[in-house]
Ligand binder design. Structure first.
Ligand code: FES
Length: 171
């Protein structure tokens, strides 16, 4: 994402994003040392991600330089600068999962759902991410859908999982 956007694109973004929702977050933390990270976390809960307009408003509200705000959001993987899908699918590519077929599982999920790794579907239904070990190597290969763990996957099970997710999204 470019940080040097023209004024008209910022105006456009302001129209879409209700900054009034940010005010209570800023008020709760105003004057607190180290407020930036909790404010970013709460803002992300409010908006689902951290749009540029919100980052600028946080910088202004806390009196923190925009470069510092961006520095924090890009350093911590918990922060997302782009919209994410309603369902987030994290495919483990740690060593155990890699050895036991994470690539095949990835191929099935990306093909079935039509979303590449590191991408979000245009209709914001799914985001697929590749992650390092999620801590249950005994179940490898593992996929985490939102907070739910799916272990022992193979191509068939991955296909069934993808189709179940598609059914849930079309309900
Ligand atoms: S490598 Fe996938 S859970 Fe550990």
């Amino acid at each position: 994402m470019s940080h040097d956007r023209c004024a008209c694109s910022e105006e456009q973004e302001r129209d879409d994003i209700d900054l009034a929702l940010l005010s209570p977050v800023l008020e709760r933390h105003l004057g607190q040392p180290g407020a930036l990270i909790p404010v970013l976390q709460e803002a992300q809960e409010v908006y689902g991600y951290l749009p540029e307009t919100v980052l600028r408003a946080i910088g202004r509200g806390l009196g923190v330089a925009i470069a510092e705000v961006y520095g924090v959001t890009t350093f911590y993987s918990q922060f997302h600068l782009e919209p994410r899908g309603r369902t987030v699918i994290r495919i483990c590519h740690g060593t155990a999962c890699h050895v036991r077929g994470a690539d095949a599982v990835t191929t099935v999920l990306t093909d079935e759902l039509g979303v590449g790794v590191g991408q979000t579907a245009p209709d914001l239904s799914y985001t697929i991410e590749s992650v390092a070990c999620v801590g249950c190597c005994g179940l490898a290969p593992v996929v985490v859908v939102d907070e739910q763990m799916h272990g022992g996957l193979d191509s068939n099970k991955a296909r069934k999982l993808a189709r179940r997710l598609q059914r849930e999204h079309t309900r």
